[in-house]
Write a protein that binds this ligand. Structure first.
Ligand code: TPP
Length: 629
């Protein structure tokens, strides 16, 4: 058993330095969670890594990557109404995909309990936006527990599971990027594997489970009653902490990462430290506790990342209870954005109370100049070879639509393919719209193979059904590359066993796509020819541009001790310093020196040779074995 897997099943209490994403898995084990589902997305993929480190026979719960967040939510819900404590986890924007199911969860009697672990992404480190999913909680009367560090992740998951099991309602454990990835020495409690009665306990009499017409009102009433009960729990739970610094004038109400940053910043306070109310349950808030805190201070600053959800709740309490307190919320647009790092919290607090903190001196960690590290495709990436070839097939005026995945990076120079981007699977629909009233500019859309199954199919069906004459380039690399190589429906493997791959081509044929071309992306001339042909088709056409993810392939090869590394080299005799390898093909393995000579970076080149065809002077020598120094 892998080390991490062993650790996660350790029976006696122990201490270990772990990420929030690992701590939550131990909490799942201890809480008796029986079903866990997910769709990969940063900042949560390491939760799956930790789960998969426990070999399947030892794993105390069922785990799957579902094809998208909505299906993952439905599988977890189905298990929960059958009596099994379940959990679904995904990234912030995943909730948009799951929403059509998620918004009904609070209406139904979830007898087994269900925790929704969300990875929100303040600062949009790896997302299309920095949406604050607390809004969804308010809309659906769903409680939100928000930890600040891995220890809290561990305890809060268990508390969320308990509340969910008690009230039969969904509970959100809201993690953010920092909380997922921060490491801490966490003390874990003992765990005993209990005998589990897995008998299916679904009973329609526990319902109604059909939220329709006359039943929706009583169901909503029940959801509101559950929320009230959750507020009582929120008030009584030890998850809210009042830190008394003896300050009768000033207090701060905060939660999550801002709390940690606040503790850092207050070390340099030049005035009396304010009292702090750190909320662990951020929705519904503990009304009585907040009322007492407001009464005890003349000024209260609300310190929260992203939107002003706490501020609104707290101002309502002050208004309703007629409490004479100055509540300081968001002060300008900067306060609404980004992660609340210590520098940010320093600036936000100084706006409220300039006397409490001296101006920041010197650059903060985020102001320190660092070399640019633009996002780029890996050396040997099949997507690069594809973009290089596809560019030759299109006119400058043609329109290309990107989708979400590693291939999104095609929008960057030197390829500049993908002029619009929205969300997973959206490229085909957007491209279809762009093709209307447009007889002059070809429309090409990109999509990855994981996305194809996740949200790509409806747009394709629509294009076939409504006869939109666009070309889709399906960038098939056999994996969900961008989020760390999770398997998908065409991979031939799921999280638990080998499985028959669902071939993309057959799916397309089944959907009625008439024009399908398949090319290995390393065969650039052929790919260019196929794309030219596809864009001249008058119906919806698909080019399957296939090449395995080379990062995954290369890593797997290197595990073999007899693996011999290979690299290309530039032949200085032949090189005419045209620099297409750097400026047109753009592989990061090539370094352009000041004297115009091109060198190969030995740390980066994987010897795939996809660059050879791009040099007009044929100055790149075929990959040769390199001796390890
Ligand atoms: C709704 C949603 N869920 C998850 C993600 C995280 N995510 C980013 S790209 C991607 C899929 C990438 O796989 P694929 O489409 O095969 O393209 P590849 O990266 O392999 O080129 C995922 C799951 C997201 N951005 N949005």
């Amino acid at each position: 058993m892998k080390q991490m897997g062993k650790m996660l099943l350790t029976r006696p209490s122990f201490k270990e330095i772990v990420m929030g994403n690992t701590a939550v898995v131990r909490a799942m084990v201890e809480a008796g969670t029986k079903v866990v589902t997910a769709y990969p997305g940063s900042p949560t993929p390491e939760i799956a890594t930790a789960i998969l480190s426990i070999p399947k026979p030892e794993r105390p719960f069922y785990f799957e990557f579902s094809v998208n967040e909505k299906v993952a939510t439905e599988v977890a819900y189905g298990a929960a109404v059958n009596g099994h404590l379940s959990t679904v986890f995904f990234k912030s924007v995943g909730l948009n995909v799951a929403a059509d199911t998620f918004v009904q969860l609070s209406l139904v009697n979830i007898i087994g309990g269900m925790v929704i672990v969300l990875g929100d992404d303040p600062g949009a480190n790896s997302s299309q936006n920095e949406q604050d999913n607390r809004h969804f909680a308010h809309m659906t009367y769903t409680p939100v527990f928000e930890p600040a560090n891995p220890t809290e992740v561990y305890h809060y998951y268990k508390a969320a599971a308990e509340l969910s099991q008690q009230q039969h309602m969904p509970v959100i454990l809201r993690l953010t990027t920092h909380v997922c990835h921060a490491k801490e020495n966490v003390t874990f409690q003992t765990w005993r594997r209990e005998d589990y009665d897995a008998a299916p306990r679904f009973d329609p009499a526990n319902g109604p489970y059909i939220p329709l017409t006359a039943d929706t009102s009583p169901m909503k009433r029940q959801a509101l009653r559950n929320l009230e009960a959750a507020e009582t729990v929120a008030s009584q739970t030890g998850l809210n902490r009042w830190i008394d610094n003896g300050n009768k004038k000033r207090g701060i109400i905060t939660a999550g990462l801002p709390f940690l940053s606040l503790m850092d910043v207050l070390q340099t306070a030049t005035a009396d430290k304010p009292d702090i109310l750190k909320l662990g349950v951020v929705y519904p808030v503990a009304g009585d506790l907040i009322e007492k805190f407001l009464i005890a201070h003349r000024e209260v600053k609300i310190l929260e990342e992203l939107d002003n959800e706490l501020e609104k709740e707290i101002k309502m309490i002050a208004f309703d209870k007629n409490i004479p307190v100055r509540i300081i919320g968001k002060m300008d647009s900067d306060d609404w954005m980004g992660e609340y790092t210590p520098d940010k919290v320093h600036d936000v607090l100084r706006k409220a109370w300039p006397d409490m903190l001296a101006p920041r001196t010197g650059p903060g960690p985020i102001d320190v100049p660092v070399p640019d590290r633009p996002a780029q495709l890996c050396p040997g990436c099949g997507h690069r070879s594809a973009f290089h070839a596809i560019k030759q097939a299109l006119a400058d005026t043609d329109i290309s639509v990107a989708d979400i995945g590693c291939h999104t990076l095609g929008y960057l120079p030197p390829y500049a393919l993908g002029q619009l981007l929205m969300c997973m699977g959206a490229s085909t629909g957007i491209g279809s719209g762009l093709s209307l009233f447009n007889n002059t500019r070809k429309v090409v859309v990109f999509m990855g193979d994981s996305t194809f199954f996740h949200a790509g199919l409806p747009g394709i069906v629509n294009a076939v059904f409504n006869q939109h004459p666009i070309t889709m380039i399906l960038m098939e690399n056999g994996t969900t590359a961008m989020t760390g190589h999770q398997d998908h429906a065409a991979s031939g493997k799921n999280a638990n066993q080998t499985t028959a791959p669902i071939p993309v081509r057959k799916v397309l044929e089944g959907l009625g796509v008439q024009h399908i071309y398949e090319v290995d992306t390393y065969r650039q001339a052929k790919l260019t020819a196929r794309v030219k042909q596809a864009v001249s088709d008058t119906a919806f056409s698909v080019v399957i541009a296939r090449h395995p993810c080379m990062l995954k392939f290369d890593r797997e090869q290197r595990r073999d001790l007899s693996f011999q590394r290979r690299q290309v080299a530039i032949d200085p005799e032949k090189c005419r310093q045209i620099h297409d390898c750097v400026k047109v093909f753009g592989c990061p393995s090539f370094i352009l020196n000041d004297d115009g000579q091109v060198k190969v970076n030995p740390d980066l080149c994987i010897g795939d040779g996809s660059c050879l065809q791009t040099c007009p002077a044929s100055a790149i020598n075929a990959p040769k074995p390199v001796s390890e120094g």
